[in-house]
Design a protein around this ligand. Structure first.
Ligand SMILES: NC(=O)c1ccc[n+]([C@@H]2O[C@H](COP(=O)([O-])OP(=O)(O)OC[C@H]3O[C@@H](n4cnc5c(N)ncnc54)[C@H](O)[C@@H]3O)[C@@H](O)[C@H]2O)c1
Length: 272
């Protein structure tokens, strides 16, 4: 049975831990780590079968010899721990995909993965269609557009995105630009833009619309290539414990782990 450790015991980390505890993912949960130790303790107290070590450092996590470490913490956590995890020989599942827009960090991560003979896995997260986008790279992709629609109150104005959510009375474009720019100025849109850029190998187009007519977060993805024109629309329900995170992001990571841990139900692998 694969040994799994989780870094980050928030919305996503907790869902994953529960899925292992319930046996939905056939794995041993060997360690939990969070900068806020109480988060680990609270999560561990709710698990019925698994008795993971509550680690105080990444070294303590790695001392439990995990085969897979799941990062469900922050971009900072990817910067801090990815290389160490990979050099130890453990595979790494990265949820904070925005960190992988840093070209220098990615080079160091690749080097560490080669050294440890390990792999980095990026689940589809809050969207769908990365498999098809990757497949289309062989014939060339002409365009990828991500249009994210959110209720105005879910779009946090910041230094680089100045608007007043209470004054938006009709759908209004608040950002239009490239993913490389979006990851710098739109912290809430970072992971989806980054995952699409990594899958397509392009600096994709991003549009963010403050839409007072909707309640859910909606991602529309348009892909144009010689082989296919794809339109994907995803309407995401927020995670019950973190409204900034779509529930689908947790479910996607759980499904990836099921595959990596090759539990029952994976005699036939569907999807690339
Ligand atoms: N790939 C996707 O589609 C997708 C979707 C949603 C969220 N995310 C990302 O996944 C990550 C987790 O999301 P969440 O909703 O579970 O967040 P959350 O805020 O609910 O939980 C994150 C936890 O990680 C801990 N943490 C943060 N930095 C840490 C560090 N350096 N070391 C150890 N622990 C640390 C925090 O204390 C917190 O308990 C975030 O970076 C988020 O942006 C990705």
């Amino acid at each position: 049975m694969k040994r799994v450790a989780i870094i980050g015991c928030g919305a996503i980390g907790s869902e994953i831990a529960r899925a292992i505890d319930e046996g939905y993912v056939e794995a041993d949960l060997v360690a939990l780590y969070d900068v806020i130790k109480e988060k680990c303790e609270e999560l561990a107290s709710k698990l019925t079968k698994c008795k993971p070590l509550i680690a105080s450092s990444i070294d303590e996590v790695l001392a439990t010899s995990p085969n897979i470490v799941v990062e469900a913490a922050s971009q900072e956590a990817v910067k801090q721990y990815a290389e160490k995890v990979l050099k130890s020989g453990a595979d790494l599942v990265v949820l904070s995909v925005g960190a992988l827009m840093d070209v220098e960090l990615v080079e160091r991560i690749k080097e560490a993965a080669r050294e440890g003979n390990a792999r980095v896995y990026v689940p589809s997260g809050a969207i769908a269609g990365l498999d098809a986008i990757r497949a289309l790279r062989k014939v060339g992709i002409e365009r990828v557009l991500l249009r994210t629609r959110k209720p105005p109150k879910s779009i946090k104005p910041c230094e680089t995105l100045k608007f007043d959510p209470s004054k938006v009375v009709q759908p209004t474009v608040v950002f239009r630009g490239k993913a490389s720019e979006a990851v710098k100025v739109l912290p809430f849109n970072v992971n989806v833009s980054a995952a699409l850029s990594l899958a397509s190998g392009m600096d994709i187009e991003v549009e963010v619309v403050a839409d007072p007519t909707i309640e859910k977060n909606v991602h529309e993805i348009i892909v144009e290539s010689k082989a296919s024109r794809i339109t994907i629309r995803i309407e995401n329900v927020p995670s019950p414990t973190n409204p900034r995170t779509s529930y689908l992001a947790s479910l996607s990571a759980i499904e990836l782990l099921r595959k990596l841990c090759s539990g029952s139900g994976y005699e036939i692998v569907v999807g690339t």
